[in-house]
Design a protein around this ligand. Sequence first.
Ligand SMILES: [Zn+2]
Length: 276
Amino acid sequence: MKKLLPVWLTIDSDDIFHHPKFQGHPTRSKKQIKNNSMSEQMKFSFEKLNKWHEKNIDLPITIFLIGEQLECNNFKHSLENLIKNSENWGGKITIGCHGYKHRCWSAFGPDQEGFRKDLQNAKKIIIRNFKKLWRPWFRAPGGYIAPWMANVLKLENFELDSSINPTRFLSIKSGKSQKGFGFNGWDSVDKAINEVEIVERPWLTTFFPAFPACGPALHIPILKIFASSTWKKYTNHRIATDDEIVNKDLKITTVYWHLLDFHKNNGKWVPPLRII
Ligand SMILES: [Zn+2]
């Protein structure tokens, strides 16, 4: 029988205006949303997340947070409220870093200095607000991670990265190869992360062939059917502890969805988990 792996539940906090079609990408960002305060959909999603978390209080979650969101008082208060409720109910929420501005770094050329500044800004504001919940864990905005970013993550004392979506259909996100033609590929990102002794936690994919199964794939026609059945197959086990999440010798299953997903299907959407 196949050994069941502990599962790590993660949520990205992106609001609508963080989508690459609006900002942070050199070619995809065409429309502009000027208003960067919390959207109505996000407000609604927080209410739904509260309800889901109360019902599933034995399931710890990690929220990958975008630093600039904490500059919006409405967002900050909604998150504080969720955390206060969680503590009252006996739940567990930890917080990682999803950048300060949600810039799709690997879609641009290498920019160690800019990336480092962005990480520093994000860490500063997250730690100032949620020191106890902070974990030095990173998820690249839009999943855009290239090998040159590994060294910067190390310099900023990150111990874990969870940005690799190991499907060749999206290897364009691993950045343009420095050797000339093509892209770096997920293997070279994984190698670079490993070389600086940071733990890599790639996302769950469907297996043959490896299609994406997390984030947007949970809502794309056809893909969502495979994604949902794969989640149910691989999440039928216990939740990973913090120690297990950062133990490089241990395999775990990492799944992620967006906080905003809770407003989908008229607020009826829930992550397709089957935890024992
Ligand atoms: Zn994101």
